[in-house]
Design a protein around this ligand. Structure first.
Ligand code: ADP
Ligand code: MG
Ligand code: MG
Length: 206
């Protein structure tokens, strides 16, 4: 079985476990469907990925995931995460994933989200978890630290980014309709980004 498919299974499992949690966060500042959207999307991703040849390369698996998310998830997050996976797929070369490849994939994913959603960091979105995460990862990687330490630093930075979303006003997506009233609430998409990164980091540790 392709390692990439197993990694997606780990992500899907983590999203499934946090479905109610993500939906409750979205109930406070959105339309109470983020967990439902994400769980539906990643269930479909895993089902589709399992139809791929067991030796499918990383690029193919990521591309399949991206297209599946775009076609099965309505709302903002599906197309944004879908674009992220498609862009990450575009950077994948062969089977080996080292630290430099992780940075390339995450940066491409983030740029895709930014272009598609016309958002930047500080607008209370998934970018507030993802950008600090890739920066922390790259810092450790450039300092020659082992991959596990880079991944832990990325997760810690993403977690801090999630906490930071509580303190800022949403200026993109549904939560922006609330204006100042969005302050005090944690962004659902930043939270799902943290959950995905954490699931991938835990998977790599195995
Ligand atoms: P919807 O808001 O359409 O119901 P979801 O609830 O699945 O979609 O996803 C909401 C999440 O999507 C938000 O918490 C936020 O993180 C993210 N989001 C919304 N709009 C944007 C955007 N323009 N750029 C980046 N992320 C966004
Ligand atoms: Mg929603
Ligand atoms: Mg919705």
């Amino acid at each position: 079985m392709s390692v990439a498919i197993s990694a997606l299974e780990a992500v899907s499992e983590a999203i499934g476990r946090n479905k109610e949690y993500l939906t409750s966060l979205d109930a406070a500042i959105g339309d109470a469907d983020h967990g439902i959207n994400m769980a539906r999307g990643f269930d479909a991703v895993v089902a589709k990925a399992r139809t791929l040849p067991p030796d499918a390369d990383v690029g193919t698996v990521l591309k399949t995931a991206g297209m599946t998310l775009i076609s099965t998830v309505g709302g903002a997050a599906g197309p944004l995460y879908g674009t992220a996976f498609l862009r990450a797929a575009g950077t994948a070369q062969g089977a080996a994933i080292d630290g430099a490849a992780v940075i390339r994939m995450l940066e491409a994913a983030i740029n895709g989200i930014k272009e598609r959603g016309k958002a930047v960091r500080g607008e209370k979105t998934m970018l507030d978890a993802l950008e600090p995460a890739v920066e922390a990862f790259a810092d450790r990687y450039k300092a020659g630290r082992p991959l596990v330490e880079c991944l832990d630093a990325a997760c810690e930075a993403a977690d801090k980014g999630v906490a930071f979303t509580k303190t800022i006003i949403a200026t993109k997506g549904r939560a922006s309709y609330l204006g100042e009233r969005s302050i005090g609430h944690q962004d659902p998409g930043a939270t799902s980004s943290f959950i995905i990164l954490k699931a991938l980091a835990d998977f790599c540790r195995q």
